[in-house]
Design a protein around this ligand. Structure first.
Ligand SMILES: *Cc1c(COP(=O)(O)O)cnc(C)c1O
Length: 230
């Protein structure tokens, strides 16, 4: 099933790229495997999928141990400072940095392990109470502060758009994040690249691609519904 699902999502990704006049290789499809077994991830490896997303440090570490090292693990969930030490040398990209304190811890652990840690800044673009992420207004200031830390590099922005029935309802938020990333890129801040725009999930990844996403994070569309009770 997962191989067929992935093919279907891949087709939609290609179509969205075409509609937007973008090349397919500008967009990385991240298969969000949280709560799903290693065996489902293994089904996708022969087809060349290498980017997987997890939202919990513990689960990412367990899968990291048993799966091939060429997998690029994306940490997409909220990160607690006391877990940073386990993850800095395992995650290919941390999508969810939303405070200077967290960034400082990441940088400290990066220094200890001798790595520079690539991160995205999570923006709460729609101002939802329940969501993590910095407000659009505070984003540039946070980026500037993090850019001064030694072992961390800001690569771009990430958002979790609101849950909506109609993906068109999110277009305004997705285009706002794109604009914010362009505005910040134009400031040419040292040690900040703003090349990555991580937005779009199962419900809205096609609109996200039309609005400039360079990474889309698709879970349900590939692996099916999640069951949190097991
Ligand atoms: C779970 C999750 C996704 C994938 O969600 P789906 O709707 O299942 O595609 C994407 N991004 C983040 C941050 C998530 O936690």
């Amino acid at each position: 099933m997962v191989v067929e699902n992935l093919a279907e999502v891949e087709k939609h990704v290609c179509e969205a790229c075409e509609r937007a006049g973008r090349s397919r290789d500008e967009v990385t499809l991240i298969a969000v495997s949280k709560t799903k077994p290693v065996s489902m991830i293994e089904e996708l490896l022969p087809g060349g999928t290498r980017d997987f997303g997890e939202n919990k440090v513990q689960e990412l570490m367990e899968k990291y141990e048993v799966l091939p090292k060429e997998i690029r693990w994306h940490l997409i969930g909220h990160l607690q400072r006391n877990k940073v030490k386990y993850i800095v040398d395992k995650a290919y990209l941390i999508h969810s940095v939303d405070s200077l304190r967290l960034a400082e811890t990441i940088s400290e652990e990066g220094v200890k392990k001798g790595v520079t840690v690539p991160v995205l800044i999570e923006v709460n673009v729609a101002g939802e109470e329940s969501k993590f992420g910095v407000s659009p207004e505070e984003t540039e200031e946070l980026v500037r502060a993090i850019a001064k830390l030694p072992a961390i590099q800001v690569k771009g922005l990430m958002t979790i758009a609101p849950y909506v029935e109609n993906p068109e309802d999110n277009r305004v938020h997705l285009s706002k994040l794109k604009q914010l990333s362009v505005d910040i890129r134009n400031k040419n801040i040292d040690n900040v690249s703003m090349d990555v725009l991580s937005m779009g999930m199962t419900g809205d990844y096609q609109v996200a691609i039309e609005e400039g996403a360079t990474m889309v994070r698709v879970g349900t569309g590939i692996f099916g519904e999640r069951n949190y009770n097991i």
